[in-house]
Design a binder for this molecule. Structure first.
Ligand SMILES: [Fe+2]
Ligand SMILES: [Fe+2]
Length: 164
């Protein structure tokens, strides 16, 4: 069984992962509406990944013999300026999530919960990958103006992301 504190914190993280998924789905909706189908596809794939993260924690909480408690998730904002702003805000969001994961790791150590500490290592590595993924897209976008025809090329390229 998880300690009360660890249980609460993991339920919170399930919420954050679903909230990330919701944010990326909201971005996908805006991107699609603004004629960036490739970016929209890419963001829907990202949203799926976040659901995967949530379910990974969900499964772990149950594996420890605890009940999962789902918390309310906030609605994301509805409009953005450009794909550039979308990716910039996504990277900021991922950096925030990295902070949350690090806090969970700290708590697992405080609680002397070795199993949760080990479980969280996957998320520590995943966050490095997540930040890197967004940073690379952002670096690419920084090279072109939002109105430039190269955006069409980048959008096509983004549309090729497969589920991983
Ligand atoms: Fe995540
Ligand atoms: Fe993420």
């Amino acid at each position: 069984m998880l300690s009360e504190k660890m249980w609460n914190a993991l339920n919170e993280q399930i919420k954050w992962e679903f909230e990330s998924s919701y944010l990326y789905l909201g971005m996908a909706a805006w991107l699609n509406d603004n004629a960036y189908p490739g970016f929209a596809h890419w963001m829907r794939e990202q949203a799926k990944e976040e659901q995967g993260h949530a379910m990974k924690i969900y499964g772990y909480v149950e594996e420890r013999g605890n009940r999962v408690e789902l918390l309310p998730i906030a609605a994301p904002k509805k409009t953005w300026e450009s794909p550039h702003e979308v990716i910039e805000q996504s990277l900021k969001h991922e950096e925030m999530v990295t902070g949350l994961i690090n806090r969970l790791v700290d708590l697992s150590q405080e609680e002397k919960d070795h199993a949760t500490f080990a479980f969280l290592q996957w998320f520590v590595k995943e966050q490095v990958e997540e930040e890197d993924t967004f940073r690379k897209v952002l670096d690419e976008l920084k090279l072109v103006k939002p109105t430039c025809s190269a955006m069409l090329f980048i959008d096509r390229h983004m549309g090729k992301r497969s589920g991983d």
